[in-house]
Ligand binder design. Structure first.
Ligand SMILES: [Zn+2]
Length: 479
């Protein structure tokens, strides 16, 4: 028990220091290790397993929708990166350059991909010639490199894992529909697998992706009421196609530029899961993507029949399709309880001599600590029911956090008071001018998160300049 206590004490409480709590959890749950290069993190097996489960959900959906996986090179010639003006301006400050091959200086600098639009465009120019070649629905799983100044595990890496979808279409309507369709895939992942409620919306021009005509986003609220941009989908129009001279002969025999999209979701979402569901005992993982859904812990394993019963339960649960493990190490049950709480395993199944005698076992929920006595005959059905309940419970708790901490304001003073007081998301009207958007930042330290698809009419004028309002915007402090 002494060990259990010590382990729990080592985590900073969320209320006292949320940032330190986050760092503690990431380390104690064995998610990452630091490497020799700042901002490049080792994803340890538990974090990688989490990513693989997220990857599996998305990859299946992409393929169901007709996307194919491809792989582009890691290096981009400088001349290629420079082809689209807005794009290069947006990314130039954070690209890393390869200047030498061995000891020989290169004729042309090569950048390590910060994102792969330019590579896809170059390829599309080679393979798209006719309307028959369209659409191309491609996705790439890879890592990208951005030379960030401040870095934090999952939230801001220099190198991070992600997927980037890149599609090319004959018409703007088709490309626009694709942009929104993929945003919905991200929203579905967040809400139905990660139990993270989202706000779907469009980014302002100031916040949109470099080179995009429109950027759409899903925004989530973290436990500390800050925002996490969790997935984005971009509509490029034919801007990239013009810059890269991608042309196709349409059905009417005219030579035209096609229309493009890109969309990405990264390991950043793992930071989102941690900060949405975690608590003072550590991680709390949503059951649908948890690497281990159920941990079986024999109590007084030396007593007759206990080990065998635990083994039998493990086999049954495995056979029923659960991701399950048992811990038969010589650590005390108390140590094990704390360990798997730290790792956020949704359900703990305890079985000891008295349970066995009664033909029962105990299931403990990670999300709310509730303990349920379950007949051994019903273990599979009860486990399934409880995992579903945990998913719904986590979603509901996060939804309440979002709705209770979303406020409405009609003046800049109100925005400031909310930002300096409780924090959270602030809804206001906005005239559409970037100058006013800047003022929100100067006055209250908030940035526009998005213009939600679900617009509300909170008034007729912009709180900054008093001119007629065009959009409702959600503002917040973002990670
Ligand atoms: Zn204004």
């Amino acid at each position: 028990m002494a060990q259990e206590k010590k382990q729990v004490e080592q985590i900073t409480s969320m209320e006292s220091d949320f940032a330190q709590w986050y760092t503690d959890v990431v380390k104690k749950a064995e998610l990452v290790d630091y490497s020799g290069v700042k901002g490049c993190f080792v994803l340890r097996p538990y974090a990688y397993a989490l990513w693989e489960n997220i990857q599996a959900v998305l990859d299946k959906k992409f393929k169901e929708l007709g996307h194919e996986n491809v792989y582009m090179p890691v290096l981009i010639p400088e001349s290629l990166l420079n082809k689209e003006k807005d794009h290069v301006e947006g990314f130039a400050p954070e690209v890393a350059w390869v200047t030498h091959g061995g000891s020989e200086p290169l004729q042309e600098r090569l950048c390590v991909r910060p994102t792969s639009e330019t590579l896809f465009c170059d390829h599309y120019a080679h393979v798209v010639h006719s309307w028959r070649d369209l659409p191309k629905l491609y996705n790439q799983w890879c890592s990208v490199l951005r030379w960030e100044k401040t870095t934090r595990p999952f939230l801001r890496h220099r190198e991070f894992l992600w997927q980037e979808g890149h599609t090319i279409h004959a018409t703007p309507e088709e490309a626009q529909a694709e942009t929104l369709r993929m945003l919905e895939v991200y929203a579905d992942l967040a809400e139905n697998y990660l139990a993270m409620p989202v706000i779907r919306g469009r980014k302002t021009d100031k916040e949109k992706f470099a080179g995009a005509e429109a950027t759409y986003t899903i925004e989530c609220m973290m436990h500390d009421r800050k925002a996490l941009q969790s997935g984005t989908s971009h509509y490029f129009g034919d801007g990239f196609a013009r810059a890269f001279e991608i042309l196709f002969t349409d059905k009417d025999n005219q030579l035209k530029n096609p229309f493009q999209t890109s969309w990405g979701l990264s390991t950043r979402i793992i930071g989102g899961i941690i900060m949405t569901h975690g608590d003072d005992s550590g991680l709390v993982l949503p059951p649908r993507i948890a690497p281990v859904q159920i941990v079986v812990i024999p109590v007084a394993a030396h007593k007759a029949g206990v080990s065998a019963a635990a083994d039998a339960l493990l086999s049954r649960l495995k056979a029923a399709g659960f991701r399950v493990k048992s811990d038969t190490s010589d650590q005390s049950p108390g140590w094990k309880f704390a360990e798997y709480e730290m790792k956020g395993v949704p359900l703990r199944l305890e079985i000891g001599p008295r349970d066995l005698e009664a033909g029962r076992c105990m299931m403990a929920r990670r999300d709310n600590g509730e303990k349920i006595s379950v007949a051994l005959d019903h273990v599979e059905t009860e486990a399934a029911r409880l995992l579903e309940e945990i998913h719904r419970g986590l979603f509901e708790k996060a939804r309440q956090n979002l709705s209770q901490n979303t406020f409405t304001a009609t003046t800049l003073e109100e925005v400031k008071a909310i930002a300096e007081g409780p924090g959270g998301f602030i809804k206001t009207m906005w005239c559409g001018d970037e100058a006013c958007e800047e003022k929100f930042k100067e006055a209250a330290g908030v940035t526009s998160r998005c213009m939600p698809f679900q617009q509300e009419n909170l008034g007729e004028t912009c709180p900054c300049c008093g001119k007629p309002a065009k959009h409702m915007v959600v503002w917040g402090v973002a990670y």
